[in-house]
Write a protein that binds this ligand. Structure first.
Ligand SMILES: [Fe+2]
Ligand SMILES: [Fe+2]
Length: 341
């Protein structure tokens, strides 16, 4: 036997279940010789618990057992474990469950017991191949998602370093926008997309001069024109990174107004993506409730009144109502603690 084969197969754990101890010890001895680790169980009910508590890769189980049969064991196991590979062993063809049952229970292999185990070993080998492929895919997905999270952290640092005065603004907008999306009944995937886009909605501001971005007082019209470039700049900055593709409308459109008087494209109503309409309410809410160097916070009551006043003009009425519902549900104090600090 090749050494590397043995090393790999040692990482595969097998549980063999049969109410006949002679069968299980024979299987164990056979597969041990081939380099596999095998645990033995002769009680079907105990086997279910062992699978629940350990992480077996393969289950080799008998069909006819008491107090419950193999197909019932599989039915129980599948309720909490969809990954384990299962090979069903039967004494005689005529005693086997119908193919329909085998498919329904997601059983990967079926073996008619006989003196020779080489056919069973072939079945196990094909399970091992699939398990190995699944592990590679899982590792790849994990490395991708950690690279993605690192990218998000880097970008978040970029935003915060550049715009110290509004530190925390992006994170609060992100949290509030996600809560509004949830309140509006959006699915988890969309909510997450809105949360992440909220973190970077102002990333385009890294292109704005310090003298304007950090200015201590109201902006001149020319200076305001400079600031107004940040949604388009932000979209361009993030456009190269494919995981953000879906979020670009939020970045570009978060200063559009429901009545069409916003920027950069003067879109109105439903032509502004719902994600951007949500982020816009969260963004304006946070801007009004926060202290700036050139003006004080409006305070909670006035901020909410201002948002109500702009319902249907600057803001999508449905989103404004979702904000009001959220405030009512949580109560003012809890809402402020959660989204304003
Ligand atoms: Fe902005
Ligand atoms: Fe903002």
């Amino acid at each position: 036997m090749r050494k590397n084969k043995k090393t790999f197969e040692n990482q595969i754990s097998i549980l063999t279940l049969d109410d006949d101890p002679i069968i299980t010890s024979t299987i164990k001895a056979y597969f041990n010789r081939s380099g596999y680790e095998v645990d033995v169980e002769n009680d079907p009910l105990k086997a279910i618990e062992r699978i629940r508590e350990s992480s077996y890769d393969i289950l080799l189980l008998d069909f006819l057992m008491s107090p419950i049969c193999g197909d019932q064991v599989v039915e129980e196991v599948r309720k909490f474990n969809k990954d384990i590979f299962i090979v069903l062993l039967t004494g005689h063809k005529s005693m086997a469950p119908p193919v329909k049952t085998i498919r329904q229970l997601d059983i990967q292999g079926y073996y008619e017991k006989n003196e020779r185990f080489d056919q069973l070993e072939l079945l196990v080998e094909s399970c091992v191949k699939s398990i190995r492929q699944m592990r590679v895919i899982k590792e790849y997905q994990e490395s991708l998602s950690s690279a993605y999270m690192q990218t998000i952290d880097i970008l978040r640092n970029v935003v915060e370093t550049r715009d110290k005065e509004t530190k925390g603004h992006s994170e609060r907008v992100s949290e509030l926008a996600a809560a509004l999306a949830k309140e509006l009944g959006m699915d988890d995937e969309k909510v997450e997309k809105i949360r992440i886009a909220g973190l970077f909605h102002d990333i385009g501001k890294i292109g704005v001069k310090d003298s304007i971005l950090l200015k201590n007082g109201p902006l001149t019209p020319d200076e305001f024109e400079e600031i107004k470039k940040h949604p388009v700049d932000g979209e361009r900055i993030l456009s190269e990174y494919s995981p953000f593709k879906e979020m670009l409308s939020i970045i570009r459109q978060h200063h559009e107004r429901y009545d069409g008087n916003g920027y950069p494209d003067r879109l109105s109503g439903d032509r502004i993506s719902i994600e951007a309409r949500i982020t816009s309410v969260a963004d304006s809410f946070d801007a009004m409730i926060s202290n700036r160097s050139y003006r004080k916070s409006l305070g909670f009551e006035k901020t909410m009144a201002e948002i109500e006043r702009c319902k249907g003009a600057q803001f999508d009425p449905n989103v404004v109502e979702a904000l009001q519902r959220l405030v009512n549900k949580l109560g003012t104090d809890e809402f402020i603690a959660k989204y304003c600090s």
